[in-house]
Design a protein around this ligand. Structure first.
Ligand SMILES: [Zn+2]
Length: 250
């Protein structure tokens, strides 16, 4: 791994070609860690589905300007580059260095744990990736919130696929298991996906080690929430929401 020459901008930096070269050595096949309370909603509105539906909530042309805190190490920058390169390879979403003319943008920094503002908020919005969050699947997951994904197990049709075991959920984590049912979201033709990168695993947020989520198809209970990357269903939803198909060469 080569030391990254960083380009600076205000109090932050952008990823460099060296970071993207280092990204090739980043492991991706690692388990997700718990990420309770990591999706933050600025605009209260009705939702139905799993992915943002209104054009006003999306990032125009899938272009997401970013500023990166200068606090990340060379190896952490490589992880971030790996995730951003994966979006570029598999979708038409582009995380691009913020230009002066960009009014809506994300700031990626080590604030307080792992979380991201949901969809395009307007103006500056935050992605917090503290040290414990800088691994490939977690970065992919948090950036999915940025482009407009909720958690899979919070879809309004989830009751047909999973059961929430409320008595095992730690106090204060209830909102991570609430069903989000209203308008403003779409599933873009994708059925419930136990393997989505946006699904929690069965014991996440548990106060006693017992399951908080159980699959109706019981064989999936142990398997769900263990993805280390986008599923085909995740990619279909990204690419349909952002009208990527036809723009991509893969
Ligand atoms: Zn999340």
């Amino acid at each position: 791994m080569v030391a990254a020459a960083t380009s600076t901008m205000q109090d932050g930096t952008f990823l460099t070609s060296v970071d993207f070269l280092n990204a090739r050595f980043v492991p991706t096949d690692i388990p997700l860690k718990p990420r309770l309370n990591d999706q933050r909603f600025y605009h209260k509105r009705s939702r139905r589905g799993s992915v943002v539906a209104f054009e006003t909530d999306k990032w125009p042309q899938g272009r997401i300007p970013y500023i990166l805190s200068s606090a990340y190490t060379t190896s952490q920058r490589a992880v971030l580059a790996r995730a951003i390169a994966a979006y570029s390879a598999k979708t038409c979403i582009r995380f691009v260095p913020k230009q002066e003319t960009d009014k809506d943008y994300i700031v990626i920094s080590k604030l307080d744990g792992c979380y991201a503002d949901f969809a395009r908020v307007g103006g500056k919005q935050q992605v917090s990736l503290a040290d414990e969050c800088v691994d490939y699947p977690t970065v992919i997951h948090e950036l999915m919130h940025v482009i407009g994904f909720i958690h899979e197990h919070q879809r309004d049709d989830r009751d047909g696929f999973v059961r929430i075991v409320w008595e095992n959920v730690i106090n204060g984590a209830n909102t991570d298991f609430d069903k989000l049912s209203s308008v403003g979201l779409s599933n873009y033709g994708e059925t419930y996906d136990y393997f989505s990168i946006m699904h929690y695993e069965s014991t996440e947020g548990s106060k006693n080690g017992k399951n908080t989520i159980e699959a109706k198809a019981t064989a999936f209970t142990k398997l769900m929430g263990k993805s280390t990357d986008f599923t085909r269903g995740d990619l279909n939803r990204v690419n349909r929401a952002y009208k990527c198909y036809g723009k991509m060469s893969y």
